[in-house]
Design a protein around this ligand. Structure first.
Ligand SMILES: [Zn+2]
Length: 146
């Protein structure tokens, strides 16, 4: 059993790595709206090292999110986003636990799979890693999403 703060789960890292290898692109990279296009470019500066290490330990390819969504423009050049990833495994202990702050502007938590997964994960037992980022820069050379 592996833990993430108060959550307990099992992970099949090999199956997760294999499913990400079969997925050509992630959710944000496959959407054409300006919010997703911005995130696909900005994400390299958005995920804190602790989050990248956590994803790596699960076998998740950080470039292939299930989806990312633009919530709001908090101030010029600063945007609020949410999103999620999936990994193959089972969530053994979950609850209304507080999200884990992985930097001043980034938090993550686990939930039972509820949001759409990439096609290569269909039919597999999945756990969802959800995240909330509150300092995503606007890097596109076009008007900011509101
Ligand atoms: Zn989009």
């Amino acid at each position: 059993m592996t833990t993430f703060a108060q959550w307990e789960f099992t992970v099949d890292r090999e199956a997760t790595v294999a499913a990400y290898a079969r997925a050509e692109i992630g959710g944000s990279a496959s959407c054409n709206c300006n919010g997703c296009r911005n995130f696909a470019v900005a994400r390299n500066s958005v995920y804190p090292p602790a989050f990248l290490l956590f994803l790596e330990s699960l076998g998740i390819d950080f470039q292939k999110d299930g989806e990312a969504y633009h919530n709001a423009c908090l101030s010029p050049g600063r945007h609020d986003y949410g999103g999620w990833f999936h990994f193959v495994g089972t969530l053994e202990k979950t609850g209304d636990f507080p999200p884990v702050a992985m930097s001043e502007n980034f938090e993550a938590w686990l939930v039972s799979k509820g949001a759409p997964s990439l096609e290569s994960f269909h039919g597999l037992p999945l756990v969802e890693v959800a995240f909330h980022a509150t300092a995503v820069p606007w890097v596109l050379d076009e008007p900011e999403a509101m």
